[in-house]
Design a binder for this molecule. Sequence first.
Ligand SMILES: C[S@@+](CC[C@H](N)C(=O)[O-])C[C@H]1O[C@@H](n2cnc3c(N)ncnc32)[C@H](O)[C@@H]1O
Length: 288
Amino acid sequence: MSQTLEDFFQKNPSQWRSSYPGLSLNTLLNEYEQFVGHFQNTDASNRYQEKNQTILHCFRQLLIDGVPLQYISNKAYFYNSEFYVDERVLIPRSETELLVERALKEISAIDKEEVSILEVGVGPGTIGLSLLQEIKNKKIDYTATDISRDALDVFLMNQFKLSFKIDRNHKVQTLQTDRLIGINDTYDVILSNPPYIKAQEDRSLVHHQVILHEPHVALFLKDDIYEAWFDEFFDQVHNQLNPNGFFLMEGHESHLASLMKKCEKIFNKKGQLIQDLTGRDRFLLIRK
Ligand SMILES: C[S@@+](CC[C@H](N)C(=O)[O-])C[C@H]1O[C@@H](n2cnc3c(N)ncnc32)[C@H](O)[C@@H]1O
C-alpha cells in the first residue's frame, strides 16, 4: 500500500506537488498512517466515502485536490499544543506564536493578580488557549469572540481537548459578534489576529491552496471597506481597554504601518511595530 503511495508521490506532476511545498515522503507516509487510523472520523474524508472508494484512493484524491494536511489529519501544532482544526477555521501560522510570546511577556508585567483578556477573532483558539495554559501565577478572565459560529464551535472543541492543561481558576467565555459590537465590559488586554488580507490588492500573493481551502472570513477584507473596518475596530478597542491596558494585533506587512498611524491617532499615544522572524512588520502594540 505504501509502495503505491510512494509511486504516486514520486511520479505525480506538479499539479498536486505544488500544493505541498517541501513535503517529504516520510511526512506523507506518516499522514497516511494516521488517515487510515481515523478514516471513519475525519470530516474531509466524508465527501469521498459516499463513492465507496478505497482509503488510499480517498487520500490521493484529497492530495490532488490540494487539501492541506492539517485538514486531512484534523491536527495542527501551535506553541505547546496540538489543536483540532478543520475547514471551518484558519490553520494556525507559526508567526502567530510570536504574538503569544509577546502577550505573555506584557501580561507578566501587569501588576495585578486578576487580568481580563479579550481576544477578537479567536478561530480555533490557538492564541487564547496557549496563553491560558502558560499563565499560572495570575487568574485570567478570558473572553473569546468570533463573527463565525463555526469557528467558535471549533474553539469549544479545543477548550475541551486542552482543559486538562488549563488552570481551573481561569474563566473562559465566548461570544459571537462582529469585532467588539455589544461588548460593554472593559479589559486589561485586547488581542487580535483579524482578517487582514485585502481581497483584491493582496490576492496574488496568497497561495492557491489557501484560497481554495481556508475560510475566506478568516483571511480577507474587501479593499473598499478595509480602512473603515479598522477605524471602527480601533475605536471599539480604545473604548473597551482599561487605562494602562494594552492592545496587541497581528497584521499585514504592507498595511501595518498605516494602520498604526490610525491607532496612534485614536489612542493619542505612540505605539510599537514588531517584526516577525523574517524582519517584516507583523504586530502592532499600543498602550492606553
Ligand atoms: C486570521 S483568523 C485568526 C484565527 C486565530 N485567532 C489565529 O490566530 O490563528 C481571523 C479570525 O477572525 C474571525 N473574524 C473575521 N471577521 C471578524 C469580525 N468582523 N469580527 C470578529 N471576528 C472576525 C474569523 O472568523 C477568524 O476566526
